[in-house]
Design a protein around this ligand. Structure first.
Ligand SMILES: NC(=O)c1ccc[n+]([C@@H]2O[C@H](COP(=O)([O-])OP(=O)(O)OC[C@H]3O[C@@H](n4cnc5c(N)ncnc54)[C@H](OP(=O)(O)O)[C@@H]3O)[C@@H](O)[C@H]2O)c1
Length: 275
């Protein structure tokens, strides 16, 4: 069991954005694998409470805090407070994210910056905080960044989101290289279309229709299917992986062209820029 006690201490995983969706599924799966789990949420305090209850129901310790990655400089303080409760992190899952769409000509600098703050600067601040703690304590660890197929594929309206996720993937590889000698592995999971509150009304997630004929496997992913890949990269089974990415997309990236992607992702019909 990955989270089993080492040096007399049960291992601690931190999962950002674990009040719903992929983060919630990951936090609960890591608890099942034996970790104590600290989580963050932004607005959904009720969702965070449900995640904590599920973790504690598995006999693991849990801690929870509100974190707004629109202010990335505040992230280390939140992670420090969580470490005071559960102990320092051995695993970090940079999962929290926002996905807003705006055509490049309509996008504002403020909107662009807001997306990059949550999806890129926040994970950067969290990863550095956790890596610094591991290095100072001479402990090894693992960081998993949740990117997206949209780090690779272009979609109309995705200027900020695609840029942030592509940069997060680039950052993953740089950190993997810089921290390998310290025994800190840094990897990424790139989900495809996953049924979560990011794209389905929260009350509809549980029994949402997953069928998506345009995706080669014929359906969207569940949060649990993405969480399985995150937990693999977080834990010891992937001890020889660093700078790696697991794409969990049902073959979506095998389809080429923004229209096919837009249909598969359930995106609105794109607005064409005039002549
Ligand atoms: N769903 C997909 O199809 C898909 C595909 C590719 C990649 N992803 C990525 O997967 C990750 C998880 O998304 P999800 O699909 O599970 O969506 P989700 O259920 O909406 O979860 C997003 C999480 O991020 C948190 N969050 C939002 N804004 C934040 C902010 N300003 N500061 C800190 N946390 C914030 C949310 O907190 P509150 O709800 O508490 O406000 C929530 O816990 C994201 O990075 C997303 O980009 C998702």
């Amino acid at each position: 069991m990955d989270g089993g006690a080492r040096s007399g201490r049960r291992r601690v995983a931190v999962v950002t954005g674990a009040s719903s969706g992929i983060g919630q599924a990951t936090a609960v799966l890591l608890a099942r694998r034996g970790y104590d789990v600290a989580i963050t949420h932004h607005r959904n305090a009720a969702g965070a409470r449900r995640t904590v209850q599920a973790i504690e129901g598995l006999g693991r310790r849990a801690a929870s805090a509100r974190m707004d990655l629109a202010d990335p400089a505040g992230a280390p303080g939140v992670l420090g407070a969580l470490a005071d409760q559960l102990g320092p992190a051995d695993v970090l899952v940079n999962n929290a994210g926002v996905n807003r769409r705006a055509a490049a000509l309509d996008e504002t600098l403020e909107g662009w910056e807001a997306t990059l703050a949550v999806d890129l600067l926040g994970p950067f601040a969290c990863a550095r905080f956790v890596a610094r703690g591991l290095i100072d304590a001479r402990r090894t660890g693992s960081i998993v960044n949740v990117t997206s197929v949209l780090a690779t594929a272009a979609i109309r309206g995705g200027a900020a989101y695609c840029a942030a996720k592509a940069a997060l993937w680039a950052m993953t590889r740089v950190m993997a290289l810089e921290w390998a000698s310290a025994g800190i592995r840094v990897n990424a999971v790139a989900p495809g279309h996953t049924v979560t509150p990011m794209n389905v009304a929260p009350e509809r997630v549980a029994d949402a229709d997953l069928r998506r004929p345009v995706i080669p496997l014929g359906r969207a992913a569940t949060a649990g299917e993405v969480a399985a890949a995150v937990a693999y990269l977080a834990g010891d089974e992937s001890a020889y992986c660093t700078g790696s990415e697991i794409v969990v997309d049902g073959g979506l990236l095998l389809r080429s062209g923004p229209e096919a992607l837009a249909r598969a992702l359930g995106a609105e019909v794109p607005v064409e820029v005039g002549p």
